[in-house]
Ligand binder design. Structure first.
Ligand code: NAD
Ligand code: IPM
Ligand code: MN
Length: 361
């Protein structure tokens, strides 16, 4: 198959893990007789430096034409002084909005060999296997006004949703649950927020369509507690933008590292942009210390969701598993006490595994 992939490395370790993803995809293409072409475009701080804006039009145009987009991460201390509208993060928010990437799927599944890598007790994290379905183009992130009052004495952010926006993400939650263990937890703050009360109404309406899916509603504060005390009680969590952002970093603790969580940001037609959950990690950027696995696993999500390449995606996931089984890890997982590698060598290990796997199985 011929596929054209736009790479948006962005900033900090975003550049390092995007390079890793490309090498892995090249190995997958060669192994399976595909032809993947790559095009790099600017986003975030790198785009501010080179093009004077966090999201050049050229980047959006290229992303629209691509078969899929892979994004590293944006942001860093260099640009933290900039006003909100000019920050690197605005590039990421802008591309999500402009491409209509409303559904962010964040699977959280512990690797067996990493059970002891979580600071949580092994008996708490084992068997946890959940999916956060995060709304990505609405809510507090995009509601307007979002500004200081004229006299500077106050500030306003707006949590805004249309009913239609809630309906399509809730549908995605139900669809995801029906493909997994038929259990949907809708997370909100309906005891305080009007938007959450509409959210609950929509969930109640939609559940008629999915009689096999067991549904519960949970307040976000309680959900945050449950995630670290009884994570295996969750299957699919569907929630609004900001709650999903916070809960997914919290959920990464179950796996042992934020450097392991991939994500897919999908449009209504199922195509999309694939991005690790983590950020640009300025504390380790440029030191070859980044864990590339979140990004490598995001490429597997891309192959599955955008290209229908289930077998190739499985190869990547299996290769990651085998490399961890063999005891290789990056510095964020030093608790593993195995063989510590940098980002480049860890990537090489995964590629060796892909190249040597018996693909007839
Ligand atoms: P972060 O996710 O960049 O880092 C949090 C911690 O996790 C750091 O200690 C970091 O070293 C570690 N970490 C993250 N990813 C890792 C990996 N792959 N391997 C090893 N360690 C890893 O979050 P932050 O420090 O709060 O934010 C830094 C910058 O990144 C900010 O500018 C923020 O806006 C941006 N950010 C961007 C994205 C994105 O582009 N999707 C996501 C989150 C944060
Ligand atoms: C994420 C990030 C982004 C978000 C930031 C960088 C805008 O934290 O992808 O989780 O909040 O969505
Ligand atoms: Mn986040």
């Amino acid at each position: 198959m011929n596929k054209h992939i736009v790479l948006l490395p962005g900033d900090g370790i975003g550049k390092e893990v995007t390079k890793a993803a490309r090498l892995v995809l090249e190995a997958v293409a060669e192994r399976n007789g595909h032809n993947f072409t790559f095009e790099e475009q600017l986003i975030g701080g790198a785009a501010i430096d080179e093009a004077g804006t966090p999201l050049p039009e050229k980047t959006v145009a290229a992303a629209r034409k691509a078969d899929a987009v892979l994004l590293g991460a944006v942001g860093g201390p260099k640009w933290d002084h900039l006003p909100g509208a000019e920050r690197p993060e605005k590039g990421l928010l802008g591309i999500r909005k402009q491409l209509g990437l409303f559904a962010n799927l964040r699977p959280v599944k512990g690797f067996k060999q990493l059970l002891h890598a979580s600071p949580l007790k092994q008996e708490v994290v084992e068997n946890s296997d959940l999916l956060i379905v995060r709304e990505l183009t609405g809510g507090l992130y995009f509601g307007r006004p979002q500004e200081r009052t004229e006299d500077g004495s106050g500030v306003v952010d707006t949590l805004q949703y249309t009913r239609k926006e809630i309906e399509r993400i809730v549908e995605k939650g139900f669809e995801s649950a029906s493909k997994r263990r038929n259990h949907l937890t809708s997370v909100d703050k309906a005891n305080v927020l009007e938007s959450s009360r509409m959210w609950r109404e929509v969930v109640e309406e939609k559940k008629e369509k999915y009689p096999d899916v067991e549904v519960d509603h949970m307040l976000v504060d309680a959900a945050a507690m449950k995630l670290v005390t009884n994570p295996s009680s969750f299957d699919v969590i569907v929630t609004e933008n900001m709650f999903g952002d916070i809960l997914s970093d919290e959920a990464s603790v179950l796996t042992g590292s934020l450097g392991l969580l991939p994500s897919a940001s999908l449009r209504e037609d199922g195509t999309g942009l694939f991005e690790p959950v983590h950020g640009s990690a300025p504390d380790i950027a440029g030191e070859d210390k980044a864990n590339p696995l979140a990004m490598i696993l995001s490429t597997a999500m891309m192959l599955k969701h955008s290209f229908g390449m289930e077998k190739e995606a499985d190869h990547i996931e299996k290769a990651v598993q085998e490399v961890l089984d063999a005891g290789y890890h990056t510095a964020d997982l030093s608790i593993m006490n195995g063989i510590e590698h940098g980002c480049n060598d860890m990537t090489r290990k995964v590629i060796e595994q892909i190249t040597s796997e018996d693909t007839t199985a």
